[in-house]
Design a protein around this ligand. Structure first.
Ligand code: SIN
Ligand code: CO
Length: 383
């Protein structure tokens, strides 16, 4: 596919817009065709556990409260009783449930896979919107069918106050300095924390490619958890060289030093494993952890067939000296660096021919690793 940025190069986009300022690209997806109808989307929400929600601006009786939110599970009646304007229905993780839609994400894979979160779609009736708000992640908003007006604040000094007591975060004041009407195939990029307000003009579909940006606290907490049982972390404070102190209330500099070195040294000892931790963490699938299928316990790998990767299975690698650390959904495998190009191809593609897997299949460690991915459903024999 041609670049969705038209004449703008990906390098220019990264240098001038990514995480910096909004960008509208007209006709980014020329001849865009909706892959499903509103009824089919409602069917998907009813029949699967895809995370979905409805946002109704003027609420529904009996509450009649503004900005009411209904979350999955949904039934047919939830859709037949909806007002015919000012409401939006949103479904996340679409690429997991309709793998072909991976082709909407594909043009954005010049940003590394581990940064890409999911594909969301919204279906709005006329004037439907999720209200003026900010998101703390980057997003590409692609207009599917119909039209949506995007009002955007590009200034940093906007009023951040939210309307109190609402189930969703809606900005109290919104005075936009940009106003773009997006039509089918047009795209809007928004950096994190850019106030935006998208209002449907007639019924419309909007796709969002959202990105993940890990929070420091989550990384640190999860990292600590991986070694909290290690001996160095379970050692207790000792003070056999204690000398007499004049006031029993004082925590002395000497004690503080022992305590802080005990903590910092234990962490320092773990630093060599930090990259592997990050590789595992960043490829881990959100939501439910796939369960190994016990029926596949004794299966043999067939080297003659092609395999496919499910769109939710995140693969990544880290290159380190003579080792390629390969990661898949939180699992890790260290391989010799002569496997680099084979691992790179694996990470790039979703379809693996028997021929393309040959080098890797020669490694017993890789075979075992691959079998785990098959057992967890991330890899399947190609149909
Ligand atoms: C929408 O598609 O209606 C909402 C997307 C967003 O504002 O982030
Ligand atoms: Co938003």
């Amino acid at each position: 596919m041609d670049s969705v940025f038209g004449k703008l190069s990906k390098e220019d986009f990264l240098a001038n817009y990514w995480q910096k300022k909004p960008l509208v690209i007209r006709g980014a997806f020329p001849d865009f065709e909706m892959p499903f109808t509103a009824e089919e989307l409602a069917g998907l929400a009813c029949d699967t556990d895809a995370p979905s929600r409805m946002i109704i601006e003027y609420g529904l009786p009996p509450e009649n409260k503004p900005w009411q939110v209904k979350v999955a599970p949904f039934e047919d009646e939830d859709f037949t009783t909806l007002p015919d304007s000012h409401c939006t229905f949103l479904v996340n993780d679409l690429e997991r449930y309709i793998p072909e839609l991976g082709n909407i994400i594909e043009p954005f894979r010049f940003i590394p896979d581990w940064r890409i979160d999911d594909l969301m779609v919204s279906y709005a009736e006329d004037q439907g919107s999720v209200g003026p708000h900010t998101d703390d992640y980057d997003v590409f908003l692609i207009q599917g069918q119909g039209k949506r007006r995007w009002k955007v604040i590009t200034r940093e000094d906007y009023n951040k106050v939210l309307i109190p007591d609402l189930p969703i975060a809606i900005l109290k004041e919104f005075d936009e300095d940009e106003d773009w009407l997006l039509e089918t195939g047009d795209m809007l990029y928004l950096p994190p924390n850019t106030p935006h307000y998208g209002i449907a003009e007639g019924a419309c579909f909007t796709f969002s490619v959202g990105f993940q940006a890990p929070r420091t606290v989550d990384l640190v907490q999860n990292w600590l958890e991986t070694f909290s049982k290690d001996a160095t972390f379970n050692k207790r404070f000792t003070d056999k060289n204690r000398t007499l102190q004049s006031n029993s209330g004082e925590i002395t500099q000497n004690d503080l030093e022992i305590l802080s070195s005990m903590m910092l040294n234990a962490i320092k000892d773990q630093q060599s494993g930090l990259n592997v931790f990050l590789g595992k963490q960043l490829t881990e699938t959100r939501g439910e952890t796939p369960q190994a299928d016990d029926y596949l316990d004794d299966f043999e790998l067939d080297d003659q067939v092609d395999y496919e990767r499910e769109s939710w299975l995140r693969l990544a690698y880290i290159e380190e000296k003579n080792t390629i650390h390969f990661f898949a959904d939180g699992h890790h495998l260290a391989l010799a660096s002569d496997k680099k190009s084979a691992i790179q191809k694996l990470c790039e593609n979703y379809y693996f021919t028997a021929e393309s897997l040959k080098t890797l299949m020669a490694s017993y460690e890789f075979r075992d690793f691959f079998k785990v991915l098959i057992k967890e459903g991330g890899i399947t024999v190609a149909s």
